[in-house]
Every structure is written in C-alpha cells, then in structure tokens.
Design a protein. Structure first.
Length: 189
C-alpha cells in the first residue's frame, strides 16, 4: 500500500533534506537578487569582457545547402547529355515491330535513371518540364545543332564537346573551282 510515489523529502536545488527549495540557505544569494545590485551585476552569464567564453558556446553558422539547378551547363556536361550519349546506346535494346510499347517503356526507364542520377530531388515530371525549358535556350539549341551536323558527317556522337571538323578538301576544291572560273573569264576577255 505504501508503493505510491514518495513525497519529496528535500530541496531540489541543493539536494539536502529538511527544507524546501524556496527556503534553501545555500542558494539564497543566487536565486533572489537584491533589487539595488542589478546595475552592478551583468545581466547575462554569456556577456564577458576579454574572454572567449561567449564565442565557444555559440555554434558556428552553417551555410545553407544549395541544390544544383538544371542549367544549360549541367545539361551539356558529361553527366548531362554526355551520359545519355555514352550509356543509352549500350543500355537500350531495340526490339522492333510489335514491341513498340515495351521499347518506349524501356527508353522512359533509361531517362528516369538518368534523371535520378542528375537531379534526384525533382520528380520525373518536374525534371521533364525543366529539361524542356533548358533545351529551349539558345546555347543548348546551338550545341545540339552542332552535334547533329557532326554525326551527319560521320563524327563520334559520344564526344559532346568536340569542335566541328571542317573538311579542308572541300574548301580547297571550292577555291580551285573559283580560280578556274576566274581564269576562264579572264581568257575570254
């Protein structure tokens, strides 16, 4: 019957029995300030003069983490279109006529994996929307146009940042034809 919680038997400030915390003799000077002495005591224990105690208790400010944004630089990087150009041809198995739905599903799955590698905190729909916006910029359009021209001329599509190779033989041949035409014109005159 006496298993009920025992009543407090002592002061919770000093831990000694025989008095309550409001009557604690050991903390009378610390807990009840004298009204006239407030101007002489510092109001906070953190305010110190000349010591580094206040700085050691403050936590250093942590810079907020910024998420990378989908920019033309990111799209045109090796993790962007470079990844698509290198890995999609190996990973995508085209099955052909009668399997269009599964082929499309496999292709969308590859794009979903690419999205989760590039910007995992976007949903796939957000990623597609942002990619469409970034692909509409002039820089990305020009890079894609150069890539298409390079591939049409037999260049390597996996090298995204390779400069266009101008065929000098065509230029020389054009100059030769132009010279020949001018010479024929001068002879006739």
């Amino acid at each position: 019957m006496e298993n009920a919680a025992a009543a407090p038997t002592g002061c919770y400030k000093c831990g000694r029995p025989g008095h309550w915390s409001r009557d604690c003799p050991s903390s009378a000077s610390a807990s009840a300030p004298i009204p006239n002495s407030e101007s002489t005591r510092p109001s906070s224990s953190f305010k110190t003069t000349g010591t580094g105690v206040a700085k050691s208790t403050e936590k250093p400010k942590k810079a907020p983490r910024t998420r990378p944004k989908l920019t033309p630089e990111l799209i045109l990087s090796d993790d962007g279109l470079g990844y698509v150009l290198r890995h999609f041809p190996r990973s995508f198995k085209f099955r052909g006529h009668g399997h269009e739905v599964s082929d499309l599903g496999n292709l969308i799955g590859l794009y979903s994996e690419w999205h989760s590698r590039l910007l995992p905190y976007y949903s796939f729909d957000q990623f597609v929307h942002k990619a469409e916006q970034v692909a509409a910029t002039k820089r990305v359009k020009m890079c894609l146009r150069e890539l298409r021209e390079r591939v049409a001329k037999g260049g390597d599509p996996t090298k995204l940042h390779e400069p266009l190779v101008h065929d000098d033989s065509n230029v020389e041949q054009g100059l030769y034809i132009q010279e020949h035409y001018l010479m024929q014109k001068n002879i006739r005159q």
